[in-house]
Structures are given as structure tokens and as C-alpha cells.
Write a protein that binds this ligand. Structure first.
Ligand SMILES: [Zn+2]
Length: 410
């Protein structure tokens, strides 16, 4: 127990959860002329609050440093875009949104989601601190405020009359350095009958499926349904529905409204999820204690496979350059000695090098040119899409290696 550090939500004392050693910021891709320079590495250790059980990092890096230029352009995955489109269709109908409604997305990135509301004539506002991705959003016709979302931003918007029928946050709650200010801000901009939907990777899946590569400096907190309920309730909101999604290896989408809003009765999915999480022990500190050893075992198994493959003279390359891949490669110490290169569809990353491991990133066509024996799928959460796109590797006997939850060759 480290008594010097306190929980971001409740101020309680923190206990160790998992220590992934020293790692660079996982979205800090390097240009060739940066390869000979010093590269900052920060501790990547996660803790669990002994009082409220929120899993979290300490503040190792100032958020301004992480998010002012962000390489993650959402619009480069087909499965992800389809997910966004389906969400917009579903929520527009469920909340009967129209030209008189207002939708605000926190962490709106390059506008890939809000563009589908714009197509339907529904007014939107995106909020995102990364100036480079916001430029792409504005080209899509998505008005975007270049700001961190906080209680101050929320009050300014509300005072100017900008409030939302729908507030959306997809994989952004984890990035709020000041969690309480962020969630209170949602309450402030939510109209009296408004709804917010928040998606986040689900801690239960992270733990049961060894998804330790979901942990990186950009994600300050890791939520279960139980902790999300405590946090929203502390800020005057009530979770009235929840859906389980396939995204990011298993996510939750929670629906919340003002605590006193009776137009949204609590649905059985909420109590059912909370019950299952309690049955899995997520309400007890002991449950969090054995994750670290399972993570170390996953590392040993992946390295054993890679060493055996290399020893028989096989060639290995990576597919993808996602943030999670960088956590995995840095924690396991996998560099160009194991992976000749990786590829990515995102032109922003091509020609650059992975942070820490300095593995070069090429366009996907490189795989057909070099015909490797194995392709390690780093965004394993998109493995079906990727294996379908790359099915041609089977033509020369190539196979896919999926590292999580257990190393498997397919
Ligand atoms: Zn706490």
C-alpha cells in the first residue's frame, strides 16, 4: 500500500494492481531523425483504490503533453466506422433525435462519429484537445472546440446556452485526468431530460482475458460497471441501461440521466451486470491481487513462442501500430530482433517508428512483398477484420499470431 498517493475519485489509499515497468508514451511515434535522441520513458504501474476499487494510474505525465497532438485517427478501421454508424442509427431512433436536438461528443477525435449525425441534419458539437485531428473533423463538417473537457468548459457552454440532449463519450472517460471535474461537467451540460452514453473497455474482460495491453499512460482509469455506478451517482446521475459491446476486446456502454429524471426507468440489464460483477469478485480487493502474476505468465508464453519461431529461422512481422501494441511490445521487450517491421493503414504512422522499440512502420503492402512466416496481430481486438484483409498470406503458408488472451497461432 502506498499512502502517499490517493484515488482520483474518492481520495482513498491505493494498492498495487500491475506493474508493466518503464514505457514511452504509446502514441509518440518517432520520425527517423528522432531515433538517435533520448526518448522519455515513464513508469507504467496501475493501482486499485482500496476504498472504491477504481483501477488507475498515478499522474506520470501531464495530459497536455499526451493529447495536444494525437496520432489516433479513428477513421482508419472499417469495423470501427461501422460500429459508429450503427450507434448513430440506434440512438437517433431511441431518443427520437432531430433537427431541434443537440448532440455533444467529448473526445470527438476526427469527427468520424459526429459526421453521421451531421448527415441526418442533427446539430452537433465536438470537443477534443488534439488540434491535428480536429482539423480533419472540420473538413468533415463537424464543428469542434479544441479544449480539454472539464467542469469549467461545461459551465461556459451552459452559460452560453449550449446544452445537450445527448452527450457521448467513447473511450474518453479513461483519459480524463480530473475524473470528478469531467463527470460533473457532463451533468452540467446535460439538459433536464438529456441522456449520456459512455463507452469504456470493461475491467472484468481486461482482467479475465489478460488484456494488460489496454493499460497505457493515456488511460488514467479503468472502469467496471460497479465503479462507473459509484462515480455517476456521486455526481447526481443514474445509470439506467447498459450494453455489452465487442469493441476493444469487450466494452460497456452505459446510459445515464439526471438522478431525478423519471422518464428513464432503470432497466434490468443494469442490476444484472452489477450482480455478475459482484459474483466475479470485482467488489472485493482480493480479486485484484492475482492479475499481476497472470500478466507475467502471458509475457513468458508469448516470448517462448517468439524465441522458438526465431530459433527455427522463421520470419516474423507485426500488423498494426496501435497504442496497445506499444504497451505489449515494450513490456515484453520485443524489438526488431523479433519483428522485422510492422505495417499500418494510417498514413500518419507509415515511415515512422514505434515508440521505445523503434520497430519501423510500413504500408500494409510490405507484407505481400516480403512474405513473412508469421504476422503478429497487435490490434487483436480487430483480429477478424485483419485476418480477412490479409487472408492472402496463407498463399505462401503464412500464419497469424494473436497474443491476447493467450498466444495462439491461426
Ligand atoms: Zn477510490
Amino acid at each position: 500500500m502506498n499512502n502517499d498517493i490517493k484515488c482520483r475519485f474518492c481520495g482513498g489509499p491505493l494498492a498495487a494492481f500491475v506493474d508493466l515497468g518503464m514505457s514511452p508514451l504509446c502514441e509518440s511515434y518517432l520520425a527517423q531523425d528522432q531515433l538517435n535522441s533520448m526518448e522519455p520513458f515513464y513508469p507504467l504501474a496501475a493501482y486499485v483504490c482500496s476504498d472504491c476499487l477504481l483501477v488507475q494510474l498515478q499522474e506520470y505525465v501531464a495530459p497536455e503533453h499526451i493529447f495536444s497532438e494525437y496520432a489516433y485517427f479513428s477513421a482508419y478501421s472499417d469495423a470501427w466506422l461501422a460500429h459508429a454508424r450503427q450507434y448513430v442509427e440506434m440512438i437517433t431512433e431511441r431518443l427520437r433525435l432531430g433537427p431541434a436536438s443537440h448532440v455533444i461528443e467529448l473526445g470527438s477525435n476526427d469527427g468520424y462519429l459526429l459526421q453521421f449525425f451531421v448527415e441526418r441534419g442533427i446539430p452537433v458539437l465536438g470537443i477534443d484537445p488534439a488540434a491535428n485531428v480536429v482539423k480533419a473533423a472540420e473538413q468533415r463538417g463537424v464543428p469542434t472546440l479544441v479544449r480539454f473537457f472539464s467542469i469549467e468548459t461545461a459551465r461556459e457552454l451552459a452559460e452560453a446556452g449550449t446544452m445537450a440532449d445527448l452527450v457521448i463519450g467513447i473511450n474518453v472517460l479513461a483519459q480524463a485526468a480530473n475524473l470528478n471535474s469531467f463527470v460533473e461537467g457532463i451533468r452540467v451540460i446535460l439538459k433536464p431530460r438529456g441522456v449520456c452514453t459512455i463507452e469504456f473497455p470493461r475491467l472484468l474482460k481486461t482482467m479475465t482475458e489478460n488484456q494488460f495491453d489496454q493499460i497505457y499512460h493515456e488511460h488514467f482509469c479503468y472502469f467496471s460497471g460497479l465503479t462507473a455506478e459509484k462515480i455517476f451517482s456521486a455526481h447526481g446521475m443514474r445509470i439506467f441501461d447498459v450494453e455489452e459491446l465487442w469493441t476493444h476486446g469487450g466494452s460497456l456502454r452505459i446510459y445515464a440521466c439526471h438522478a431525478g429524471d423519471t422518464t428513464h426507468p432503470s432497466l434490468p440489464a443494469v442490476s444484472s451486470l452489477m450482480l455478475r460483477e459482484r459474483e466475479a469478485g470485482l467488489d472485493r480487493l482480493e480479486t485484484y491481487a492475482d492479475f499481476a502474476e497472470r500478466v507475467r505468465a502471458t509475457k513468458r508464453k508469448l516470448l517462448s513462442f517468439l524465441i522458438a519461431a526465431k530459433s527455427c529461422g522463421k520470419s516474423l512481422v507485426g500488423y498494426g501500430a496501435p497504442g496497445k501494441g506499444n504497451t505489449l511490445l515494450n513490456y515484453c521487450g520485443i524489438r526488431a530482433d523479433f519483428l522485422d517491421y510492422t505495417v499500418d493503414r494510417n498514413p500518419y504512422k507509415q515511415g515512422k517508428y514505434l515508440p521505445g522499440t523503434h520497430i519501423p512502420i510500413f504500408p500494409p503492402e510490405k507484407i505481400a512483398e516480403t512474405r513473412p512466416d508469421y504476422v503478429l496481430v497487435l490490434p487483436w481486438n480487430l483480429k477478424d477484420e485483419i485476418m480477412a484483409q490479409l487472408s492472402y498470406i496463407r498463399g505462401w503458408g503464412g500464419r497469424f499470431v494473436v497474443p491476447i488472451p493467450e498466444v495462439s497461432v491461426v
